[in-house]
Design a protein around this ligand. Structure first.
Ligand code: F6R
Length: 240
């Protein structure tokens, strides 16, 4: 695993957008899996700008959404579905056959997990872009979840529900999440974890220097042979 430190959020977003762009240029059939959240928003904006400017072919790529809050309709502006649609899928004009998002209104979430397991097992993931939560979660892989998990429904920790309120205009009941499991992170050809701001300094230190184990899911990054952590200098301030 490598750690790259850029000056600020703009710098790290540009660096990450360029990696995605290069991957897409090298492999137009790229399978890209991404988290939503505040951290990757600028990466998405820059990626869309670069793809449009350079007229990169996106007709063969596949997009996979990393996770979703259970029970939220896709038109809820705080949902991952809404985020992916507005930040990537619509601006890039991806066809419905090119993307895979969890349907959390489905009555059978177990089936949703199996559907996503099947997609990932048939296509593989070339590049996964994730964030890190204040409890070390990746996606909704909360502390204690086995690294061998495939897609699953997770009961969310209090801190995840509290911090998650930042995505919504009004108080929103959050209880469970559905997520791609860490087995698929390990099987992805490349994984990038993004973190910015002083608020992420302690969790970045734990992810990079702490013991590897399920108590702190992001510690799994230390074991990925093609894992990259990209942070700003503030988020890196406790590991420098
Ligand atoms: C969201 C997701 C979460 C976030 C994490 C950090 O799809 O997978 O694990 O990546 O909670 O969120 P931000 O980027 O808002 O700090």
């Amino acid at each position: 695993m490598k750690h790259i430190i850029l000056n600020n959020h703009e710098g790290m977003s540009d660096y990450c957008a360029n990696i995605i762009l290069d991957s897409l240029n090298q492999n137009p059939a790229l399978v890209l899996c991404m988290a939503s959240g505040h951290t990757p928003t600028r990466t998405c904006e820059l990626l869309v700008e670069k793809i449009q400017k350079e007229k990169v072919d996106t007709t063969k790529m596949t997009f996979i959404g990393l996770d979703e809050w259970v029970g939220l309709p896709p038109d809820n502006e705080g949902s991952c579905h809404y985020y992916f649609q507005h930040h990537l899928l619509l601006p890039l004009g991806l066809k419905p056959t090119q993307f895979h998002l969890f349907d959390v209104l489905s009555e059978d979430l177990h089936k949703e997990c199996e559907k996503m397991n099947a997609v990932i097992e048939s296509k593989g993931i070339d590049l996964m872009i994730v964030g890190i939560g204040m409890n070390g979660h990746i996606g909704f892989n909360e502390p204690g979840i086995p690294f061998s998990n495939k897609c699953h429904v997770a009961k969310l920790e209090e801190i995840t529900k509290e911090v998650g309120q930042k995505y919504f205009s009004g108080e929103t009941k959050l209880d469970k999440g559905i997520t791609i499991g860490l087995q698929y992170l390990m099987q992805s050809k490349q994984v990038i974890l993004l973190a910015n701001g002083l608020k992420k300094a302690a969790v970045i230190k734990e992810a990079i220097k702490g013991p590897v184990g399920t108590a702190f899911p992001a510690s799994i990054m230390q074991t990925h042979s093609n894992g990259l952590i990209i942070t700003c200098s503030e988020a890196a301030s406790l590991v420098q």
